[in-house]
Design a protein. Structure first.
Lengths: 462, 498
């Protein structure tokens, strides 16, 4: 750190704020003041994501030599991560007032947040793995916060899968770095890394991203975790798995059709399975878990295509980025709306109409972000050289499936009719996010304002 | 006598003299004993600091005392011995504080602290030993000094533990003696040499050397608890907590592992040993020990035996790193010497706190204990996660180098061993954390200490907090100058790659 300029200072703040808060938690009581400070770190994260250009930070003594910074790939992940943690922090500040073990929840929450920001901003594989491990393990405390039999079961499934994932990722890390000869991103592979290392990375991150058949913990933990934690799990931590795939796998450098087809196959299977299982759920948040599995299945098609046609990867990546942004915003909004609470002003139907917006976006109705995201997806699968054009009809089916899921979600939430909670922040967060999803990115694109990291992709998609 | 010869002797004397004086103190002279203990440990800490500084500057420190015709007692400070000396000195200091708090109201404290100091003298002697004979002498002294510590409580259990310990270690010592004498007769002086005394000796019969290797490894393998020579370790859990802590972290098991490191690197030379074909069997034995220890740990409900089986498993990481040819794995093995010490001593301190504060001895009694002893359990959590290999705790750094070294040596199957071991470590440590932090308190704990300002006696609380913090910092800032990793790299560079 020779000179401290603004972007680097902000970068540093995003990295250390959660840990500063954590040390405060260790020495003070969980006061309302501390609770309301939770939103600061995600706020700074948002600023960093929207700030043009950003410095890099190098800590040569940290771990095995750590690098952090914002680049084209993680800018967008930073944006969705910060948005989701912001929503989660607002909800957490309110939840902590009533939680049975507030200090434990707060500790796990901050550890997961700190790990999540560190992994998103990391520019080397060891820091990424470290952030990922801290986040994954700390999230156990969020999943099993209530401690009833359902959450402890969800927690058990979660931790078994998380540890399995960590162990696989450790092996993948060693194998991939050995082949690349460096820990710095991007991992440059001259030759294809060994298949066992790729397999370990695919499965290890698959646990977090909800890839079939390692998806079991997703709906369970979404259903069991308090709303504040669920928002972070669904909107932020799930994407860490995706980012892991993008950072670690030899995409765009090595052609591996077998891995491409496997990815695409597992993706399609997940897309279908998420719908089939999702409509049978009676908890709206568990349903959203299956919806995530289904949507991640669609996102895996991008990666599959990238394995098959590495020369076109630079074209696919921004389109995938847009899909991630769209999905994370919509999912975070849906999660917040899942409490079923409505703002205590105005006619109810207006609110329900607003809250249905993210669902409609997820289905991909025209003029929504989902429409553009899915247009990008069909462009990828039908692009020459990928050879997945036969999948196009299945994508239509997936859209129909998503519609079914969202209808079911809407029914469950409306039917729940929870007791009025006039000060609950959830509906307001949901409202803000719903509006953002509905108009934000789309409006930005229509007005020609560059959406961080996706402008290249959108011009091709639109 | 020059300063460079005096310093190693002074370092030995700082604990030896303390120990001998303490034997003659009256049981009631608590203050004098405490002052002696702490000042002995403090003086040693300072002397070792000076020694490190000197070696870092490129000075050599060596003391040679004639012992028998043709046989010298050699104390020599190289980078590897420094790592072990500083580890034992720092942990001795911390453990002394802990032991003073732990034994506050128990009998025979002069006897205890006397042998405790002798035990440290022997460990430091092992670390500084410059030839195999010196190593052997201190190694046997260690056996004798730890025996009374194991039996300190004088119960039937602890007497049995002492008996079994003595049987195992004396048998191991005998094998070692035969090996050393045989080698001495064949090869002449046995001063440790960076690339191995025997490397390049074409005049010696390879089969004879293989037998000698087997004898030496079997001798050291007893203390290093290499399966099937590990039987004494779980039984020795009858010892008081500070003894277990020191036994598992620096003194006994580490002396065994350190001995194996010396034999492979400085007596045979790693490449020569590989060419004899003796390393692969040792790699396999270490791998079996790693998995076996973890599997046995799973089924232990008593906390200390669970930790003991964990030690069996973790110490073999050091042996594993030693036997894989290549600098990266060497770094992994050597750095684990320090990392395992810090993490394991933390776990034993915490186990002692649970027993002393609340009378908890079993995992099944730990439900909800995180609320009663949050700081103790936080330290325990950090150390346990480190054992599993979760970054950024130090254990991850060891595993990283072991794994990368295994790939360098084209032995990818080692990764499977590491992965299985991590998973098993998680399987026996995470349920403990779950009980402590996520289950409601159910047990009827006996509050054994008066509640003061802290959750337990401050002398019991501070040591695990310090060692846990070190385990965390040494992982988090592994790449920093002066970290154990930096030392391990220096050792690999200076000692083995010339």
């Amino acid at each position: 750190m020779a000179t401290v300029d603004m972007p680097r200072l902000i970068l540093l703040l995003v990295l250390i704020l959660p840990w500063l808060m954590l040390s405060l938690t260790a020495v003070t009581r969980c006061t309302p003041w501390l609770r309301h400070c939770l939103v600061v770190a995600p706020d700074v994260g948002l600023v960093l994501a929207l700030l043009p250009g950003a410095g890099q930070l190098e800590f040569s003594g940290l771990l095995l030599g750590s690098h952090f910074g914002v680049d084209d790939l993680n800018r967008l992940f930073l944006l969705v991560t910060a948005l989701a943690w912001l929503a989660a922090s607002v909800l957490a500040a309110s939840y902590l007032g009533t939680a049975a073990r507030p200090r434990r929840f707060l500790t796990c929450f901050l550890l997961a947040m700190g790990g999540n920001f560190a992994l998103v901003l990391s520019q080397d594989a060891v820091s990424f793995f470290t952030g990922f491990a801290v986040m994954s393990l700390a999230a156990y405390g969020l999943v099993n916060d209530r401690g009833d039999s359902a959450s402890s079961y969800a927690g058990r499934v979660y931790i078994v899968l998380a540890i399995t994932g960590e162990v696989l990722l450790f092996a993948a890390l060693i194998g991939l770095v050995h082949e690349a000869g460096q820990i710095r991103f991007p991992l440059d592979f001259d030759a294809a890394p060994p298949d066992w290392a790729i397999a370990c990375a695919v499965l290890g991150f698959g646990v977090k991203a909800g890839m079939l058949p390692l998806h079991m913990s997703i709906p369970l933990s979404y259903g069991a975790a308090p709303l504040a934690a669920g928002v972070a799990l669904a909107g932020a931590m799930l994407n860490a798995g995706l980012l892991g795939w993008l950072r670690w796998l030899p995409l765009g450098s090595v052609e591996a059709s077998t891995w491409g087809l496997l990815f695409a196959g597992a993706g399609l299977l997940g897309a279908a399975w998420g719908v089939v299982q999702g409509v049978r759920q009676s908890s709206p948040t568990a349903l959203l878990g299956y919806s995530s599995i289904s949507q991640v299945g669609l996102m895996m098609l991008f990666i599959g295509a990238g394995f098959i046609a590495p020369d076109q990867w630079s074209l696919f990546l921004p389109l995938l980025g847009y899909f991630v942004l769209h999905h994370a915003c919509a999912k975070t909004a849906l999660f917040c709306a899942s409490s079923g609470h409505l703002p205590a002003v105005g006619p109810r139907w207006v609110w329900w109409a607003v809250f249905s917006l993210p669902g409609l976006a997820l289905i991909g109705v025209p003029l929504s972000t989902g429409y553009l995201a899915k247009a990008g997806l069909s462009q990828v699968v039908t692009s020459p050289g990928v050879g997945l054009a036969s999948l196009a009809p299945w994508l239509m089916l997936a859209t129909a499936g998503t519609a079914l899921l969202m209808a079911r979600w809407f029914y469950l939430v409306v039917r729940a009719r929870p007791p009025a909670a006039p000060l609950a922040p959830a509906p307001w967060v949901a409202l803000a996010l719903a509006v953002l999803v509905a108009v934000g990115p789309l409006l930005a694109t229509l007005l020609g304002v560059p959406v961080p990291g996706v402008q290249g992709g959108l011009s091709t998609a639109g | 006598m020059t300063w460079s010869a005096a310093l190693p002797l002074l370092i030995l004397a700082s604990s030896l003299v303390t120990g001998l004086v303490i034997f003659f103190l009256k049981e009631q002279s608590v203050l004098l004993r405490t002052v002696l203990n702490l000042s002995g440990a403090g003086v040693k800490l300072i002397l070792v600091g000076i020694l490190m500084w000197g070696v870092y500057q490129g000075q050599t420190f060596e003391a040679r005392l004639p012992l028998l015709p043709n046989i010298e007692l050699v104390l020599h400070a190289d980078a590897l011995s420094l790592l072990f000396v500083s580890l034992s000195t720092v942990l001795w200091f911390v453990t002394t504080v802990y032991a003073i708090g732990y034994l506050e109201h128990s009998p025979h404290r002069s006897r205890f602290f006397g042998f405790f100091s002798l035990c440290v003298t022997a460990t430091v002697g092992i670390a500084l030993a410059g030839n195999l004979i010196t190593f052997l002498i201190f190694y046997e002294l260690l056996t004798l000094a730890t025996y009374p510590l194991l039996m300190h409580r004088g119960t039937a259990d602890s007497r049995r533990a002492g008996r079994i310990y003595l049987t195992y270690t004396l048998a191991g010592g005998a094998l070692l003696l035969v090996g050393v004498v045989w080698l001495k007769a064949l090869a002449g002086p046995l001063d440790f040499t960076a690339t191995g005394i025997l490397a390049g000796r074409t005049d010696l019969n390879p089969d004879t050397l293989r037998w000698i290797f087997l004898l030496l490894i079997a001798g050291f393998g007893v203390k290093a608890a290499l399966v099937p020579l590990h039987g004494w370790l779980p039984i020795s859990m009858a010892a008081p907590a500070p003894v277990s802590a020191l036994l598992h972290a620096v003194a006994v098991v580490k002396a065994g592992a350190f001995g194996i490191t010396r034999v492979v690197y400085d007596v045979f030379g790693v490449e020569f040993a590989a060419s004899l074909g003796v390393l692969m069997p040792l790699t396999i034995a270490a791998s079996i020990t790693i998995v076996y220890g973890s599997v046995r740990a799973l089924s232990q409900d008593k906390l200390k035996p669970r930790l003991a089986y964990s030690t069996i498993s973790q110490v073999s990481y050091i042996i594993l790193g030693t036997t894989i040819v290549g600098p990266v794995a060497t770094i992994g093995g050597i750095v684990h010497l320090v990392h395992q010490g810090l993490m394991k001593i933390t776990l034993f301190f915490c186990a002692g706190n649970l027993a002393e504060t609340l009378g908890i001895h079993r995992v099944s009694e730990m439900n909800g204990v995180g609320r009663r002893l949050p700081k103790t359990m936080a330290a325990f959590t950090v150390a346990a996660l480190g054992m599993i290999g979760v970054p950024p705790v130090a254990g991850f750094i060891s595993k990283w180098y072991l794994g990368a070294g295994a790939l360098d040596a084209n032995m990818p199957w080692i990764l499977v061993i590491l992965a299985v071991s991590s998973a098993l470590n998680a399987a026996y440590f995470l349920p403990i954390l779950y009980r402590a932090w996520f289950m409601p308190a159910t047990g009827a704990w006996q509050e054994r200490l008066e509640r003061g300002r802290f959750e337990t006696h401050w002398m019991l609380l501070m040591p695990p907090l310090v060692t846990a913090a070190l385990a965390l910092l040494y992982g988090l800032f592994a790449n920093m100058d002066g970290s154990p990793l930096a030392w391990a790299r220096l050792i690999a560079e200076r000692e083995y790659l010339r």
